[in-house]
Write a protein that binds this ligand. Structure first.
Ligand code: ATP
Ligand code: MG
Length: 374
């Protein structure tokens, strides 16, 4: 029997809910060549959203090519350039037999090789190297535009996990190069997105940064409760199980509407429910999730200093003014300057977010775990 809730991979098909406004906005941007920058905390649905929009455009716009690049495992500029060039060549060729020829044609000193997997049905891959290992970054960054013009195409480059740029040896220098080339492009547009909210907000919105005002900036919101209220009970019903609107709402609020955790918790509840969900089942499911994640949370806490933990305790106790003398003494927070540093560190470690209207924990399950254990 399949499970009607999914997490840990892209939300697709019936499992993808709402995002109507964002789909419209991205589709319009992609069609009209407007660059887009998307920021959200981890697992709110960036990759699922972009993938949904791309799938829609692939079927409706024959002259549009979308190049999807994931920086998840990329750690150096060399790796990035090679991946970028390879994916651009692949996405703008009509069949794999043309990859090597197009690589030679469009990249001065490229040495392409086609690799065949040795398993039956394994994918064919394009491997690129450069004569004397001399990659010209500017040539690579310009590649999509050169090909788009030549082949009369529109190209959209989607770069996921863009925050991994931070691992390169000169991240700002590279961004300068990219921007200097990309801003001249007429037939290619860019969608850059990732999840280190604090870092990417700096990269995309700070005046001194190369990607400042590079495109339409979208802070992806959570999915509204009303959509989950329809989706969750309907999924239960397919298997002749029932969950009340009240408990559905409690389920969603328990994890602060965090899309990944809503799906994960709904799955737990669904598994534990024989006929109809009760509050006891919901509580059991939350406990089970906390248990599953306890090891990781423990590790996160080990990376925090005593004063950082004290700050989080104060926050959980409802403290509003951290710089009042009373708070600083009660929670042993040190000086005012120290509080600034604590906030910066918690933000940098992706534990708390201070950019919104009010400070909040980034991971709602970690927040529950922290409250119970500290
Ligand atoms: N539109 C949606 N409808 C239903 N569930 C969703 C939706 N978007 C995201 N989710 C849930 O959130 C999970 C994470 O989605 P996704 O991988 O797209 O997020 P992300 O922001 O790209 O994450 P990461 O920061 O790890 O790259 C999905 O597996 C799914 O459970
Ligand atoms: Mg993602």
């Amino acid at each position: 029997m399949s499970i009607p809730f999914q997490f840990g991979h892209l939300a697709e098909g019936q499992n993808f809910i709402n995002r109507q406004d964002e789909i419209k906005r991205l589709t319009t941007n992609f069609e009209s060549g407007v660059n887009t920058l998307i920021i959200s905390p981890r697992r709110w649905g960036k990759s699922s959203l972009v993938s949904k929009v791309v799938a829609g455009l692939m079927t409706s716009k024959p002259n549009l090519r979308v190049v999807s690049i994931d920086l998840f495992s990329v750690r150096s500029e060399q790796q990035f350039l090679s991946l970028f060039a390879r994916e651009v060549i692949k996405a703008t060729s009509s069949k794999w037999e043309e990859w090597a020829e197009n690589a030679r044609k469009f990249i001065g000193n490229a040495v392409p090789k086609i690799a065949f997997g040795n398993q039956p049905g394994a994918e064919v891959e394009l491997e690129l190297s450069w004569v004397d290992k001399k990659i010209n970054p500017l040539e690579v960054y310009d590649l999509p535009e050169v090909i788009a013009k030549k082949k009369k195409l529109k190209v959209v480059i989607c770069i996921d996990e863009f925050q991994n740029l931070a691992h390169f040896s000169d991240p700002v220098g590279i961004q300068k190069q990219m921007r200097s080339v990309w801003q001249k492009h007429q037939h290619t547009s860019y969608c850059l997105y990732g999840s280190k909210k604090h870092f990417l907000t700096h990269v995309f919105t700070h005046q001194s940064m190369p990607f400042y005002r590079f495109g339409d900036l979208l802070y992806l919101p959570k999915i509204e409760l009303s959509h989950w209220l329809k989706f969750i009970p309907a999924q239960f019903k397919k298997y002749e199980k029932k969950i009340s609107p009240e408990l559905t709402e409690e389920l969603c609020q328990a994890v602060s509407l965090h899309p990944f955790y809503v799906q994960q918790l709904a799955q737990r509840v669904w598994i534990l429910t024989e006929n109809e969900t009760t509050r006891i089942i919901l509580d059991q499911a939350i406990d089970a999730l906390l248990n599953d994640n306890a090891f990781g949370f423990q590790r996160d806490v080990e990376n925090l200093t005593g004063t950082q933990l004290n700050f989080m305790r104060a926050f959980k106790d409802g403290v509003k003014s951290f710089t009042s003398l009373e708070t600083m003494i009660k929670y042993e927070l040190g000086t005012q300057g120290n509080i600034k540093r604590i906030k910066a560190a918690l933000e940098q470690k992706d534990i708390m977010d201070f950019l919104g209207k009010k400070p909040e924990f980034i991971d709602p399950l970690f927040e529950i775990w922290f409250s119970r254990n500290f």
